[in-house]
Design a binder for this molecule. Structure first.
Ligand SMILES: [Zn+2]
Length: 280
């Protein structure tokens, strides 16, 4: 009986103390064995930091996704060859990204190639006049629109086979050395011209040459501003060599279709950035 009474008194007392001085009670509790040990506290803190880090990472990946609505680079399961180059899994899609890290599969040729009905500075038939049909039609529309503006565009170089690219690259290496050649000439299998989706464009004022000064001509300037309306992007932008691997080429147009060309143009960036193929 005594014990019960004592227990009641103690209980009342503790309730009283609890109600009156919660702070004291909590402080006491902090010192009690109930409170987490220092080790546990550290663990807890680390866990919080990890959570924060994870949230940050999630935020970053969300940001990347929103910057690259078409990024599919991470979902691909592409093979890498003995030189460390990725072998492109889907070479026939209009979104294909061919660059120094991404190589067309051996023996790749587009299903169909046609000659666009546009001006060339030479008469004879040549495979370099060819493009994939959808790209050829788009180029015709682009040239027609430029004509209306009184601009004289000329197409100089479209499709290039693996073998042709090999010959060109080897010649460039022989003339300029490999390091220099790699700045402007693609190794075989890594040229966008092999896809039949690219065309180099110039003008009479340029004497049909391909030179960066093309951007200072009305034709070059018009292309930079308007090519995207016809499904093309200027592929190698100024100051993006660390991303594309090539110097500025205001003449090199790449067909991607108008849905993408507009988005890419408005992004102000390169195909690599748009699709999430960041430089290594
Ligand atoms: Zn080109």
């Amino acid at each position: 009986m005594k014990e019960v009474r004592l227990a009641i008194i103690l209980l009342s007392l503790s309730l009283f103390l609890g109600a009156c001085s919660l702070d004291d009670w909590t402080n006491q509790a902090d010192d009690s064995e109930e409170s987490p040990s220092e080790e546990e506290q550290v663990e807890e803190q680390e866990k919080d930091e990890n959570d924060e880090q994870q949230q940050e990472n999630e935020q970053i990946s969300e940001d990347n996704e929103s910057n690259n609505p078409n990024a599919y680079a991470n979902e691909l399961d592409e093979e890498v060859d003995e030189d460390g180059l990725t072998i492109i899994e889907e070479p026939d899609i209009k979104e294909v990204v061919v660059n120094k890290d991404r190589k067309l599969p051996e023996g790749y040729e587009p299903d169909e190639l046609v000659e666009p009905n546009v001006r060339f500075p030479f008469e004879e038939d040549h495979p370099k006049k060819m493009m994939q049909p959808k790209a050829a039609r788009a180029l015709e529309n682009l040239f027609a629109a430029a004509n209306k503006e009184g601009l004289g565009l000329y197409a100089t170089s479209g499709y290039r086979s693996y073998e042709t690219q090999q010959r060109i690259y080897e010649n460039n290496v022989a003339e300029r050395g490999q390091e220099e050649a790699d700045k402007f000439s693609a190794r075989p299998g890594t040229s966008e011209h092999q896809t039949g989706l690219a065309m180099d464009v110039t003008s009479a004022e340029m004497e049909f040459k391909l030179d960066q000064s093309f951007i200072n001509t009305p034709e070059g300037n018009w292309l930079a501003e308007n090519a995207h309306e016809y499904g093309f992007v200027v592929r190698y932008l100024k100051g993006t060599m660390d991303i594309t691997g090539y110097e500025y080429e205001p003449w090199h147009l790449r067909y991607v279709g108008t849905d993408l060309s507009t988005q890419i143009h408005e992004s102000g960036g390169t195909l690599e950035e748009f699709f999430g193929f960041y430089p290594q």
